[in-house]
Design a protein around this ligand. Structure first.
Ligand SMILES: [Zn+2]
Length: 690
């Protein structure tokens, strides 16, 4: 176990490209989990910094500038300001939100390059690279798209496929196209500096595969492990571009540092700026200390499309530089989908955070709650407005808000807003107090281990405990006979409320503040959580107000309608509806399937079934009966004599009183149309398929 009590913590959240606004997928992926973690650690009084900023380099910026018809500088100014302000409004509490266009960053990343260059780490290599003849430009990274050789995604970029996360080179792409001219590029020689990742492979296997096993989340560890198993390749750390950090070597005009070399270094330059502004020492948060126990703990919050850069390339650079600490953890999240489809910036299928905040400027916590409850921690998850409404109405309003409001209103009504005295305890009281003691530790442990959904569930469980306690003890009935008993009940309810104001703060910072104002109470110290004496008897409360409001169906319908109205997906690009990829299987799993070519000898409708055809097949091995659910797609007489592919070792199944001995392989498109998988040319029955 790492030391979680004393040491400094350096937290970073992925630098968003300053080429567009933020949507809820970005937030659920990196920024909300980072913010919850940081706010919690601050409450624990730990020495923690939270670094972020705009990534203002790379082809993505230039492409956006071209699209909007303004200069790259105007693009980064526009989106840096917008995103910085949006984060602030949403309560993402960066200590520094920096920019990679700042001189301090250019200097810092050039220093890194120079250090590695002087150590002789780079290999200089001339190679053929794609070049757009019309625009007279080499096509780095996002200037080129094509089909991903790994997953078949048709819009993979030259450096990465955002669908499967694979790290790519432009020459890996199938059917490459220039995003400038739309034409197929030519190959032309150019010189670059390569980081020999293959050379660091043994070190990465030791540090990552051995060292992070069981510590990093399985989705992150699994991705890294499959890349390492496939073997790492040298990767160019420079690009032919006219926007970015200059390569600090003579005669390198027109060459810039690779954006993924300079972007993570942006966390370090942000820290330098923060340290300068606040009279701190940045090295304490990034450099190895003489005594290893004094090293800061480095944690990168990112989405899964950034795993390779933060888990392999950046650590390799830090390790090679040799003075820096390495990430202790990279709790990357998977992707968030929206209303049944992948979030898409280009098709405007997204909930844009600044638009949400424009419409609902005081409902940050409602969205924080909904997003945290579905955070894609281990697999992709989905946001729907219906679910947002349900979380708001059934949990925030009905549990949290209801409990707090009843407690405060009853205290006003019976005791003029003064905290009543606690008397002898009943078993129900003891039970509630015990939960009050236990829950903060559970929240804490879940946050420390990056299980934010679980942490949120424990937090709301304290409100649920309070709500149930009031329902069971019924102070509004008891008040008529036994005022002292009600004093005890409301005292305990108020202690629970004060605790809620502390443990909800990382998740619902705005609500926590409102609640503390109503309680006329202040604590930003997690170590107060679990105490049952936070509000002393006779303490005066302020007037209560409702914390949350119910959301009506009409409003939800409007949001969904707006989404569809703004959607720019055209008929020709139905990229959705496809079933997501199934869980990975091993080669051993695959070879268990015995698939053969067979000929359909007879075909007839199965009795009592609209869907099934009863077929007799010649599998080469035997003649057998197979039922296939294709009656609505094929007429029996049309398919006799066709060759098809069959899974022959599937356990027999009885349907409609007939035993089916195998399964015919079909392709089913997103609309449900079925077609046979057939050999291109006739082959003998029984031919194996592999
Ligand atoms: Zn891919």
């Amino acid at each position: 176990m790492t030391n979680t009590t004393n040491s400094r913590i350096t937290v970073t959240a992925a630098l968003p490209y300053a080429n567009g606004p933020l949507h809820i997928g970005h937030i659920a992926g990196a920024y909300l989990p980072a913010d919850i973690y940081v706010r919690y650690q601050r409450q624990q009084q730990r020495d923690i910094i939270f670094m972020g900023g705009s990534d203002e380099h790379g082809a993505a910026i230039m492409l956006r500038a071209k699209k909007e018809g303004i200069s790259p500088q105007e693009i980064i100014d526009k989106y840096h300001e917008l995103n910085k302000e949006t984060f602030e409004r949403f309560g993402i509490s960066f200590d520094m939100y920096h920019r990679t266009s700042e001189p301090i960053h250019h200097q810092t990343s050039q220093d890194f390059f120079t250090r590695l260059y002087e150590k002789g780490e780079f290999t200089e290599q001339e190679s053929e690279q794609y070049y757009d003849e019309e625009f007279q430009q080499f096509l780095a990274d996002r200037y080129i798209t094509g089909t991903c050789p790994v997953c078949g995604h048709p819009e993979a970029y030259g450096d990465q496929c955002e669908n499967c996360g694979s790290s790519l080179s432009p020459t890996d792409l199938i059917n490459p196209k220039s995003t400038l001219s739309g034409k197929t590029p030519i190959l032309k020689p150019t010189k670059h500096w390569y980081l020999p990742l293959d050379k660091y492979q043994p070190w990465l296997e030791e540090w990552l595969l051995k060292g992070k096993k069981g510590i990093w989340k399985p989705n992150v560890y699994g991705q890294c492990s499959s890349w390492l198993k496939a073997g790492l390749q040298p990767r160019a750390m420079t690009r032919d571009l006219d926007w970015g950090v200059d390569v600090p070597l003579p005669n390198t005009e027109g060459k810039k540092l690779y954006v993924w070399l300079d972007a993570p270094i942006g966390y370090i330059s942000a820290t330098k700026q923060w340290a300068q502004d606040n009279g701190k020492d940045w090295e304490l948060y990034w450099k190895q200390q003489p005594n290893e126990a004094d090293n800061a703990r480095l944690i990168h919050f990112i989405g899964k499309d950034n795993i390779v850069f933060h888990c392999i390339i950046f650590p390799a650079i830090l390790h090679t530089h040799s003075e820096y600490i390495l990430p202790e953890n990279v709790p990357a999240n998977e992707f968030l989908n929206l209303e049944g489809r992948k979030l898409s910036t280009s098709r405007n299928w997204a909930v844009w955070l600044h638009e949400y905040l424009d419409e609902l400027p005081n409902k940050q916590d409602e969205l924080r709650y909904a997003l945290c409850s579905i955070m894609p921690e281990t697999k992709d998850s989905e946001f729907t407005w219906k679910d947002y409404q349900a979380k708001n109405n059934n949990e925030l309003v009905a549990i949290f808000g209801n409990f707090v409001n009843r407690t405060l209103v009853l205290t006003q009504k019976y005791f003029d807003g003064l905290v009543p005295t606690r008397h002898d305890l009943h078993p129900m009281d003891e039970e509630a107090l015990q939960k009050l003691q236990e829950i903060p530790a559970k929240v804490a442990s879940a946050v420390e281990s990056f299980n934010f959904r679980e942490a949120l569930a424990y937090m709301i469980d304290l409100a649920r405990t309070g709500n149930k306690y009031l329902a069971d003890t019924e102070p509004w009935k008891v008040i008529k006979q036994d005022q002292a008993r009600v004093e005890t009940i409301l005292n305990i309810s108020l202690q629970i409320t004060a605790n809620l104001s502390i443990i909800s703060a990382p998740f619902l910072p705005f609500t926590s503040q409102k609640l503390q104002a109503m309680l006329n109470f202040q604590s930003t110290d997690w170590r107060d959580a679990g105490r049952d004496d936070l509000l002393p008897a006779r303490h005066t409360l302020e007037k209560p107000a409702l914390l949350f409001q119910k959301i009506e169906d009409d409003w939800v319908d409007q949001q969904v309608a707006k989404l569809h109205q703004d959607d720019t997906t055209t008929e020709e690009e139905p990229t959705t509806n496809l079933a997501p990829m199934k869980e990975e299987i091993t080669y051993e799993d695959f070879v268990k399937l015995d698939m053969r070519v067979a000929t359909i000898l007879t075909a007839e409708k199965a009795k009592k079934s609209k869907k099934l055809l009863k077929l007799t097949l010649d599998t080469g091995l035997d003649q057998r009966t197979v039922l296939s659910g294709i009656a609505q797609h094929y007429e029996p007489e049309d398919i006799v004599g066709k060759q098809v592919c069959v899974l022959v070792n599937l356990a027999p199944r009885k349907m409609m009183g007939i035993e089916s001995q195998g399964m015919i392989l079909m392709a089913e498109d997103a609309d449900g149309a079925l077609v046979f998988m057939q050999p291109e040319n006739s082959v003998s029955n029984g031919s194996g398929i592999s």
